[in-house]
Design a protein around this ligand. Structure first.
Ligand code: ADP
Length: 191
């Protein structure tokens, strides 16, 4: 279909990466609500939920984390190429795995770095996990006892310790608009 960037009606994968508690799910929820009105076909792949089904039984070793991310990427790719807007929220700490998914999905992969200092995430401690991580009850916890490799060239970088969550969500939707996923050419010409 014709549009400015030739992307109207094409699927996409919005990939939210960041520390636990950084705000991935919170922002993804707001974005999902908006996109259901503007786009239609939306699927959400949340890391915590995927670990209860598609990736059930996987550990938090580097190998299993990568396997988890590549599985999510595989499903996201199938959906994306069939015109679905996919929203992924997963810590996805390792750059190589994220970049592999980016290569598989290509131009329709949009990486959103949901960033907050680990101290802020630990202070929020939404799920009580940081307390357990600092006490050693949980091992290999990203940002505390396991690495997080920040994206160097994400399409969007959100600082949730400085921005309002509604503003962050608006920036994500605006990025999709800018890339041409949401607006037909006629609407563009009218604007
Ligand atoms: P994640 O999915 O990254 O693990 P969550 O979305 O589950 O993180 O939790 C993030 C927490 O931070 C929520 O309790 C949310 O209300 C809070 N929060 C505070 N400020 C923001 C913000 N600007 N953006 C997103 N979340 C925020």
């Amino acid at each position: 279909m014709d549009n400015v960037n030739g992307r109207y009606g094409r699927g996409f994968t919005l990939w939210f990466t960041g520390l636990s508690g950084a705000g991935k799910t919170t922002i993804a929820d707001i974005v999902e609500r908006e996109l259901r009105e503007k786009f239609g076909k939306i699927e959400v792949l949340d890391g915590d939920i995927v670990r209860t089904n598609l990736s059930k039984g996987l550990t938090f070793s580097r190998e299993d984390r990568d396997t988890n991310i590549l599985r999510i990427g595989f499903v996201a790719n199938l959906l994306t190429r069939n015109g679905v807007g996919v929203i992924v929220s997963a810590i996805s700490p390792f750059k190589a795995a994220r970049d592999q998914v980016r290569r598989e999905i290509g131009d329709d992969f949009i990486e959103v770095f949901v960033d907050a200092p680990v101290e802020v995430c630990a202070e929020r401690d939404v799920k009580g996990l940081y307390k357990k991580a600092y006490s050693g009850e949980i091992e290999q916890f990203t940002g505390v006892s396991d690495p997080y490799e920040a994206p160097a060239a994400a399409e969007l970088h959100i600082h949730t310790d400085e921005e309002d969550k509604e503003d962050s969500a608006r920036r994500v939707v605006a990025k999709l608009e800018e890339l041409g996923y949401l607006s037909r050419v006629e609407e563009y010409n009218r604007a």
